[in-house]
Design a protein around this ligand. Structure first.
Ligand code: MSP
Length: 653
């Protein structure tokens, strides 16, 4: 078993999590899941960067002590990652004693070795970036990043003798071609290193900034936030003696956005070298998400709340979109239209339809609902079987370069091939012809086995959908890449029909996902008025001027009788119940705002009426696939039930 250590940047706690943070964390998560699937021992680290001017200023503005401010935003990051299903193994905060201890130990060691000296420095300082800018970097007297005026600051500070590592660093990058990836960022750093490297100011005077880790050898100073933050990658492993440090540091990989290339590709290797610690193995650098072509960053202000989007469209759709849309290393544009385009084309049409068609055909096969025998494969089928190994190779190769978009494209090649296979073989016609039975069974085996394969290889990318696919095929064990080989599916395995894996979305939904700082308020709001929210989520148009619906309007609504098979309260919700209902052969979850009127036990066994084709909406973290009909007046509420017995699934007109 190989060890695999992957880190994200630790995020500043002066702003809530947004799309940019979510992207880095999601791709790191997909990578961690991929390596676990392959059998590696994975350690996946993320966390929050809590010291420095920026945080002190944000806290002062909010009128709270910096530690309280940091606590709150760090918790918001943890909560966001929990909701997004991120599988980090650890979460480091730079205000934790375990981190502070290591920062101070490294500072002391460098000071004792003469690597840190007290010097005088004057320079143009940007409070937003927390760094000095050289004359060459300044644009019209302003910060090139924030476009704000710079402040001239002159003071005594401690400096790290970084300049003395310049030649070594150039050689190290030359000797390790895979150190900084993709290539363009390696070239950028080599270009930067053509000019003389300056020593790095690693302290801030206490009289100007208190919010930081005190220097162990001079308590009039706190540590410069970047010097503090970079050390998280080893403090979280219990450097220097921890078992985790021994196992994982030799295989360290850092994943970052291009904005923080220089601290990671220049300061950090020099700091490690000076402290006698091996340099990390790889630095993987991704590009920037722009919104409508413009830059997006928390300090500029137009941020997208990651949660607002995932709540609307689901975690898997969001993960798929960001990984498929951005070519790793390059910038990409984010728009809700592009998101919906991919969701409909790749997830609802290609994958969702394949899964629905295949499981429906198998489930309908003579009412047996089991995987049939494979029999003798024909050429086309053999080429599908052989394709499995090629897909795994392609995904492996793409993932070794962090090329998530290419990994997904390889899997979707197979999805397209399988859809072509269904179209070409037309199994629904074979079902009517007794003589075609052996052929039909073979086709169904190929489809079932292919879905099992997809349920494994998709697990790192769209984990929830992949789990649903595996479960429809009776695969209950944790997925393993070793099982992504042809022929493992046992004939006789029970199969459940799985439709609506990714429902289509018609147009950007009304609530405005891309609104700046939409905030996590969406969830409670939706919970408070689930029916309206569900209607809004379905993109329901407001009534026309006359308030009349046409027959065609009404016919768009698919009303069905459903039988309640289970009901339970939703924790922390006063109004909502989670119902499991049978609609025909299918089981669904429907969330209904009736908890103040019905006890869960009163509903079990009742036949109710639901809107069956309403797009799913997530309410208090539960995905609702349908809406129960109820009437209300003067505070009383009654659930509609048919007044004679009808089978679940019966249409209501
Ligand atoms: N605290 C430092 C990092 C210290 S690491 C030792 C920091 N924090 S940050 O909160 O500003 O996060 C920066 C990171 O967030 C980027 O490197 C990137 O991973 C992610 N993104 C922030 N905005 C982004 C985009 N618009 N697009 C893509 N990712 C971006 O810098």
């Amino acid at each position: 078993m190989s060890a695999f250590y992957l880190t994200t940047p630790i995020y500043y706690v002066n702003a809530r999590p947004h799309l940019g943070h979510a992207y880095t964390t999601i791709v790191a998560d997909a990578m961690a899941r991929w390596r676990r699937l392959a059998g590696d021992q994975v350690h996946f680290l993320t966390g929050t960067d809590e010291h420095g001017d920026k945080i002190a200023q944000a806290a002062a503005q909010a009128g709270v002590p910096p530690i309280r401010y940091a606590e709150e935003i760090s918790a918001a990051f943890r909560e966001t990652w929990r909701r997004l299903g991120i599988t980090n193994d650890d979460f480091i905060r730079t205000t934790e004693p375990r981190h502070r201890r290591v920062v101070q130990a490294i500072l002391q060691r460098l000071r004792d070795a003469g690597e840190i000296y007290l010097g005088r420095y004057g320079g143009h300082y940007c409070f937003g970036c927390e760094r000095f800018y050289t004359e060459k970097e300044i644009v019209d007297g302003r910060c090139p990043d924030h476009q704000t005026p710079l402040t001239w600051i002159e003071e005594e500070n401690y400096f790290f003798r970084m300049s003395k590592y310049q030649d070594w660093l150039v050689r190290h990058i030359g000797d390790h071609p895979g150190l900084i990836r993709p290539e363009r960022y390696r070239n950028e750093i080599l270009g930067f290193l053509r000019d003389p490297l300056q020593d790095l100011s690693i302290s801030r005077p206490r009289r100007r900034l208190q919010w930081g880790i005190p220097l162990p050898f001079d308590d009039q100073y706190v540590t410069y936030v970047w010097f503090d933050a970079l050390i998280n990658y080893v403090s979280a492993l219990d450097y220097p003696d921890g078992a985790r440090f021994r196992t994982f540091w030799p295989v360290a990989r850092h994943l970052i956005g291009k904005d923080i290339l220089k601290p990671h590709a220049v300061y950090w290797p020099c700091m490690l070298k000076a402290a006698g610690i091996d340099v990390f193995r790889h630095l993987h650098v991704h590009g920037y998400w722009n919104i409508a072509g413009g830059k997006m960053s928390k300090s500029v202000g137009n941020v997208v709340e990651a949660l607002a989007l995932t709540e609307k469209y689901g975690n898997d759709a969001f993960r798929y979109f960001v990984m498929r849309e951005m070519t790793f290393g390059l910038d990409a544009d984010f728009s809700e239209e592009a998101f919906i385009g991919r969701l409909n084309a790749d997830l609802a049409n290609d994958l969702g339809n394949l899964v629905a068609r295949a499981t429906t055909l198998i489930a309908a096969n003579g009412g047996v609902r089991r995987v049939p025998e494979a029999g003798e494969l024909d050429d086309l089928e053999r080429s599908i079987a052989e394709r499995f190994a090629r897909v795994v190779e392609g995904v492996e190769e793409a993932m070794s370069e962090f090329a998530f978009q290419r990994a997904l494209a390889r899997i979707w090649d197979l999805v397209a091939m399988l859809n072509g296979y269904v179209d070409a073989t037309r199994p629904w016609e074979m079902a009517r012809d007794g003589a075609a039975r052996p052929r039909l069974e073979r086709v169904l085996y190929v489809l079932a086995e292919s879905l099992r394969f997809l349920g494994i290889v998709l697990a790192p990318f769209i984990p929830d959908a992949a789990a649903r696919i595996r479960s429809a095929l009776g695969q209950r064990e944790a997925p393993r890449l070793a099982d992504a080989v042809w022929g493992r599916l046992a004939p006789g395995t029970p199969v459940e029909k799985l439709s609506g894996l990714f429902p289509r979305v018609d147009a950007p939904r009304a609530e405005g996902a891309v609104a700046p700082d939409a905030g996590p308020a969406t969830a409670p709001e939706r919970a408070a008025a689930p029916e309206q929210a569900a209607a809004a989520a379905a993109g329901a148009a407001p009534p026309g001027p006359a308030g009349m619906a046409t027959l065609a309007d009404f016919q768009k609504i698919d009303l069905r009788v459903a039988e309640v098979v289970a009901a339970e309260a939703i924790p922390r919700s006063r109004k909502l119940l989670k119902l499991t209902v049978a609609v025909g052969d299918e089981r669904r979850t429907v969330v209904a705002g009736i908890a103040e009127h019905y006890a869960p036990a009163d509903l079990v066994g009742k036949k109710i009426v639901i809107v069956a084709n309403l797009e799913p909406a997530t309410l208090m973290g539960v995905e609702s696939r349908g809406m129960l009909l109820a009437g209300s007046a003067d505070g009383a509420l009654a659930v509609l039930t048919p007044d004679r017995d009808l089978p679940p699934g019966a249409r209501v007109k």
